[in-house]
Design a protein around this ligand. Structure first.
Ligand SMILES: [Zn+2]
Length: 503
């Protein structure tokens, strides 16, 4: 069931103004009315919110649907972010998570339903109307709002251009000339951001029978498109960015004057909510950003979006309180950010933002690599043996660490406890005069010393550290609290400190 608090929370997120530094001008902020939210299939297990954004000036209505297939999260995430946009003309009707049951199960079809019966995007027959559930509710939206367009956001497993078995990276439009012309414009906009020719978008004609897009055009005369990104070799933030750009281009072409950039992804400014951006660009370990997101979202009071290098370079950090760099490779994450992205991150923290680095993200926060951000006056020692191994290792609280991080964790009543470790940095105080000294929060007591790493280096060094940086704050964990049962609260407590004010 969708709890009232959740709906209220969503409304608060959407209705709040975005910070001034985002891409929206004050004029656009003021023209944004609070969206209305209705609940589709209310009272059933499948109930899901529908957002209605109305512009001050008349214009076309566009329905945007995400999350029809539960194993295609990028459409759902993009649609969720689009609910924070403003438009100057017309109306946007957005259903970000059409099939909540399948999304929760992370599978294509609704759990417990066989074959096409569980495939929400095969429930729109060309003879007769869907009579129940979300399919009927979505069809009802077309009847109620009489949109000019319906756009359905999906993703395929491979690039259609090089593997025709998949529809990944394509725009599939209804059999209509205007739709064809518009599809070409959308493709031109997204292709301009793609370097690899084999990853460019293809235009395909006529959505599959049984789909919402096919029925919308053939039965209701509503022009339609299915937009497909590609899961293969693209992080979630990359696919979401492509979806946003395609939808933004469509709205612009239709004269709806969407908020000036497709980089407004803001979780808003709801009171008592920490807005967290988790980096998932290249250099992020497989599954690391997803794990981090679910651990952080599992704690109360956090709204999490995943972002990549291009998002950082486009200035999205101004919409967040804290940026998180998870495990993987520090140097590769630095490369994905690029010189400009790294400068943006440093400026973000200097101006009052929070930085949380875990393992690779801790290397990235250090001061002694030519690619590191230098947010903490900490240098990594024994760099030659960075592959010192993976395993469980003993750590001890410092009194500051216990005060800042322990609450709500299984280590709250203990002094020494185990934490997962995977080739994290070994820190020593740095020698950067302009930076304040770091404070240790955890100290290694045990050790991992494999692959030729000498023994005795790791014990007594700081395993987690924090410091102020300009107006902002930075914290780094060498080990992995997010991968250790009972220690997830450490990350939540770190966000609370990072989002706080002052020294
Ligand atoms: Zn799909």
């Amino acid at each position: 069931m969708l709890h009232a608090a959740r709906v209220f929370g969503l409304w608060m997120l959407a209705s709040a103004c975005l910070p001034a530094a985002t891409a929206q001008t004050p004029a656009q902020e003021s023209r944004r009315e609070a969206p209305r939210i209705s609940i589709l299939a209310e009272g059933t297990r499948a109930e899901t919110p529908c957002w209605i954004l109305t512009a001050p000036e008349p214009g076309p209505t566009v329905v945007i649907v995400g999350g029809m297939h539960g194993n295609e999260p990028s459409g759902a995430s993009a649609a969720e972010q689009i609910t924070s946009w403003s438009i100057g003309r017309g109306q946007l009707v957005v259903v970000p998570r059409a099939n909540v049951l399948a999304l929760e199960a992370e599978q294509r079809r609704t759990p417990g339903m066989l074959g096409n019966a569980g495939d929400l995007n095969r429930q729109f027959p060309l003879d007769g109307n869907p009579s129940e559930g979300i399919a009927a509710a979505l069809w009802g939206l077309l009847e109620k709002h009489d949109p000019a367009w319906v756009v359905d956001l999906h993703e395929g497993f491979d690039f259609h251009r090089t593997n025709p078995k998949s529809v990944g990276s394509s725009v599939i439009h209804c059999a209509d000339e205007r739709a064809e012309k518009l599809a070409l414009k959308l493709i031109a906009a997204v292709d301009a951001t793609i370097e690899e020719p084999g990853q460019r978008f293809d235009r395909l004609r006529s959505p599959v029978a049984g789909s919402l897009a096919r029925a919308a055009w053939e039965k209701a005369g509503v022009r339609s498109m299915i937009v497909e990104t590609t899961t293969k070799s693209h992080a979630l933030s990359h696919r979401v960015r492509q979806h946003r750009l395609l939808v933004h281009t469509l709205l612009k072409e239709l004269g709806m004057q969407p908020s000036p950039a497709a980089t407004v992804i803001g979780p808003g400014m709801a009171p008592d909510t920490i807005r967290v951006a988790v980096f998932d660009g290249s250099g992020t370990g497989k599954g690391a950003a997803g794990t981090m997101r679910s651990v952080l979202e599992g704690q109360a009071g956090c709204v999490v979006r995943r972002i990549g290098g291009p998002d950082v370079r486009a200035g999205v950090l101004s919409q967040f309180d804290v940026v998180v760099h998870p495990g993987g490779s520090g140097s590769a994450q630095a490369k994905a950010l690029g010189v400009e992205g790294r400068a943006q991150e440093v400026a973000f923290v200097r101006a009052g933002g929070g930085y949380l680095g875990v393992c690779a993200g801790a290397y990235l926060a250090a001061c002694n690599y030519d690619w590191s951000l230098g947010l903490l006056d900490a240098q990594v020692i024994d760099r030659k043996h960075w592959r010192r191994g993976v395993g469980s290792v003993d750590v001890e609280w410092t009194s500051l660490g216990k005060r800042t991080l322990a609450s709500g964790s299984s280590a709250q009543g203990r002094q020494l406890f185990e934490i997962q470790y995977a080739n994290g940095p070994i820190f020593q105080p740095g020698e950067v005069d302009e930076l304040p000294d770091f404070h240790a929060l955890l100290v290694y007591r045990g050790e991992v010393a494999e692959n030729g790493a000498p023994k005795g280096i790791m014990p007594s060094t700081a395993a987690a550290i924090r410091s102020s940086f300009g107006q902002g704050r930075a914290m780094a964990f060498s080990p992995h609290p997010e991968k250790t049962d009972g220690l997830h609260a450490l990350l939540h407590n770190s966000l609370v400190w990072l989002a706080g004010d002052g020294q």
